[in-house]
Design a protein. Structure first.
Length: 340
């Protein structure tokens, strides 16, 4: 949670330690904003995990940890990594392994697991930047570690607060793979919007070939590119599309905004994608039935009409069934019905 654990200023906590890769390893503290007693307890916790071989390179874990702080039990994300350039220096003949590092982020609950992949990417970026530019602990690593919560956890929340009712257009663009151009904004807002679009899309949930074909199809329809102009207090949108499905989910996000909990936004986003996938699977099932049955064709049509996102679903199944003549005929008939 933003109130976090372990730091006097109430900010979320972070820690980094150097771990020589030997059987008799020791943990040397590089940076922390935890009180001394809590830091020692955290170091013991990480040492036990290392002894058990439970830390894999670049793959973070989340576990509850008890520390001598007011919150007592909190969620701890921890990840082990090794610098790229140090890896190159170690040879097969060398007995001395390159030093390794463990980074820990502490929050007020175990919900950090919701953002485990985002935090893994955050660590990867730290690793790459350290290897490329040899930045020092004070000038780069400390500020980077301390801003983990704002940079890795809060982007979706910031996008919801920025777009408000216009979030429906952003959700529609993400689902339909519409190209989006962001103008007149700062780097952080542009990154936030880009991350929201990636998180709200069905990437990884639909077949890769389908996704590629959809992207090509939407890019070819140049008039469908959505422009977001952030020069004013509220983003101005051009060539934006929406549907009832996205508008309903927009209200779910805005209702969640009252509590200001970034973990809730992530959960709503996951539920949004899950419902979209369920609708796609239902439509595919109806199409298979409609190849043999005219009543099933009517069920397809009624489903598209009532689900709220018929425009997007029809595009997705059209791409997926392009090489299947019977299913393609069903989709063509459905397109005619929906146009009428």
């Amino acid at each position: 949670s933003p109130q976090g654990a372990g730091s006097g200023d109430g900010s979320p906590s972070s820690a980094a330690a150097e771990t020589p890769s030997t059987e008799d390893f020791s943990l040397s503290l590089l940076d922390t904003n935890l009180p001394a007693e809590a830091e020692t307890e955290l170091r013991t916790f990480i040492a036990k995990r290392l002894t058990k071989g439970a830390l894999f390179e670049g793959m973070g874990n989340v576990a509850p940890v008890g520390l001598s702080i007011p919150e007592n039990k909190i969620g701890c994300y921890y990840c082990r990594f090794q610098q790229e350039n140090l890896l190159e220096m170690s040879t097969l003949e060398s007995d001395v392994n390159a030093p390794e590092y463990v980074v820990c982020f502490l929050g007020g609950s175990e919900k950090e697991d919701t953002f485990r992949l985002e935090l893994d990417k955050y660590i990867q970026s730290l690793k790459i930047n350290l290897a490329l530019e040899q930045k020092t602990l004070e000038t780069y690593v400390n500020p980077y570690l301390r801003s983990w919560f704002e940079n890795a956890i809060c982007p979706i929340q910031r996008v919801v607060q920025l777009f408000q009712e216009k979030l429906a257009f952003l959700l529609h663009a993400a689902l339909s793979y519409t190209p989006v151009e962001v103008k007149n904004t700062d780097e952080r807002t542009e990154k936030d919007i880009s991350r929201f679009l990636a998180a709200a899309s069905l990437q990884g949930l639909v077949q890769e070939e389908t996704m590629t074909s959809l992207c090509i199809a939407m890019t070819e329809e140049q008039h469908k590119s959505m422009i977001i102009d952030c020069s004013g207090p509220q983003p101005q949108l051009r060539n934006a599309g929406s549907n009832r499905f996205c508008e309903d989910w927009m209200h779910a996000f805005l209702n969640g905004a009252e509590g200001g909990n970034p973990f809730l936004f992530q959960q709503i986003l996951e539920n949004f994608k899950l419902k979209a996938i369920q609708d796609i699977n239902n439509l595919k099932r109806f199409i298979r039935q409609a190849e043999m049955n005219h009543y099933a064709l009517f069920k397809c049509y009624m489903f598209l009409k009532n689900c709220g996102s018929g425009d997007i679903l029809l595009k997705i199944v059209k791409v997926e069934h392009a090489e299947m003549p019977e299913a393609r005929n069903v989709v063509t008939v459905l397109e005619e019905f929906m146009r009428e």
